[in-house]
Design a protein around this ligand. Sequence first.
Ligand code: PEP
Ligand code: MN
Length: 360
Amino acid sequence: MIVVMKPGATAAEISAVIERAEQMGAKTHPIYGENRTVVALVGDLTGVTREVFDEMNGVAQTMRIQEPYKLASRSARPHNTVIELAGGVQIGGPEVVVMAGPCSVENRDQIIEIAKAVKAAGGKVLRGGAFKPRTSPYDFQGLGEKGLQYLADAREITGLPIITEVMTVEAVPMVAEYSDILQIGARNMQNYGLLQAVGKVSRPVMLKRGISGMIKELLMCAEYIVSGGNTQVMLCERGIRTYETATRNTFDLNAIPVLKETSHLPVIADPSHGTGLRELVPSMSRAAVAAGADALILEVHPDPDKAMSDGRQSLTLEEFAKLMVSLRRVAEAVDRSIADAPSAAVAANGAVKATELVAA
Ligand code: PEP
Ligand code: MN
């Protein structure tokens, strides 16, 4: 249930509603919107009577939320959640944000070279895995804390905020200390202990859809984090497993408008894991922006064939810079923007070649 406050309801009126709801046994989550505040009531509502609120000062109306994901649902919050990062980067606002970087942080020089190239091409967030969920225990598992330090060095040099995966509850404090966004990987979408742990930190979280996760399940997992107190959650479509073998995963473009419609949380698209094939990444990136994604997360590498993980789906730095030019045009076609991506006019008249956009 939500109690919708009138525009201009006072802090005392909002507190009175919260107090009354808690007396009746509900857990409360105030959601402060641009024009009005909504108090969401969750948990055991058997002792809660709606009529009580209708009489209270400052209350406009009460509404039942049908969806099981109460706090993540658009009914609870009609306005988009906008996540603010260092350097004025906003995810979920009018601008489409491009996050890019290697699948794995491999060494200090590698991540710094990539960070500079990502920034030069208009990328706003640097990605890179330090703790890697690998199918085989014999494959490269990531550099661990050293990798986090290299990411922090790259942030220091370029100013780009960083996103990196956290795989275990124990590592949450350490990864949160280094990073700007915590990534929960597809294999951990339903790791409820981990979701509860990131629900308690004050860092934005990007939650990836599980390999066989339904959209509804993704939203319920986001609900774990939001109901734990961390409202800074982003939902990521990264492809699902189907009978199709032509691609690594089946990138579910449908999920983007479905999530935008059902939730107020920002939606991120990962066409790198979604396709598994570098040559498909540009077209599916453009499709994701056209479908309404708030951000993309892309794997890039200076020499993909030598990458320690996911080289087959990683764009070269030149391919990435070239893609940014067309992404900007697609974003503009759907009334969004990609600040700092080179304009088509600049790229087309040869004034700037894609290779020149890659910083030395
Ligand atoms: C990754 O981002 O490199 C990754 C392992 O992603 P996913 O969890 O979607 O497989
Ligand atoms: Mn990867």
